[in-house]
Unconditional design. Structure first.
Length: 176
């Protein structure tokens, strides 16, 4: 049997959560933040946030950044495409990397990707939360964790989380 020089790719692993209200979505974000605070290498993750308008992508991103210690206003990055955040060092434990929250809804031309500094950003360590990743086509690397939000009615959201890397799998494992 021929030897394989590379490890087989990590199989995608999906976990589905139902958030009955925004507090449930906040708790999911807090659990992920907790895993990142315990192991800051997990905070060097690319999280893609998909779903229709109003599905809860920005709300989730806000709760995650707040749970990581961001205290100022967390505005929707639709116009600027990307908002940077520095994550305060926890009272105890290792420091966290910087974070960026991007909304690519208005990205229409690949040149904007360069102009907005997104190529450098995705080559830099740190947490990246990206709404409307579909708009970037193949420019965006494979996410560590993809979250697909579905509006089930009223305040209920179904959130399918799919890990695409060992880092994403570790984040998913922290939820179970
Ligand atoms: N379970 C829930 N999870 C997330 N948001 C919720 C939930 N229930 C109600 N909401 C509300 O739905 C809206 C979601 O808006 P937003 O996060 O901006 O959506 P998106 O970024 O996907 O367009 C917010 O007003 C939020 O308060
Ligand atoms: Mg949004």
């Amino acid at each position: 049997m021929p030897c394989s020089p590379t490890a087989p790719p990590t199989p995608a692993w999906t976990s589905v959560r139902v958030a009955a209200n925004e507090d449930d979505t906040a708790r999911l974000a807090q659990a992920l933040a907790c895993a990142m605070r315990e192991d800051p290498t997990l905070a060097n993750a690319l999280l893609t946030l998909r779903g229709d308008l109003g599905a809860g992508k920005t709300t989730f991103a806000r709760h995650l950044l707040q749970a990581l210690g961001v205290t100022g206003r967390i505005k929707s990055p639709s116009y600027a495409l990307v908002e940077p955040y520095s994550l305060p060092a926890p009272a105890s434990g290792p420091a966290l990397p910087p974070a960026w929250h991007a909304d690519l809804y208005r990205l229409d031309d690949p040149r904007e990707w360069e102009d907005a500094g997104l190529r450098e950003l995705f080559a830099t360590p740190g947490l990246k939360l990206v709404e409307w990743p579909e708009k970037a086509g193949s420019l965006l690397p494979m996410p560590d964790l993809d979250l697909l939000f579905h509006h089930e009615g009223d305040d209920t959201r179904r959130i399918a989380l799919t890990a695409h890397s060992p880092r994403g799998s570790a984040l998913l494992a922290a939820l179970s």
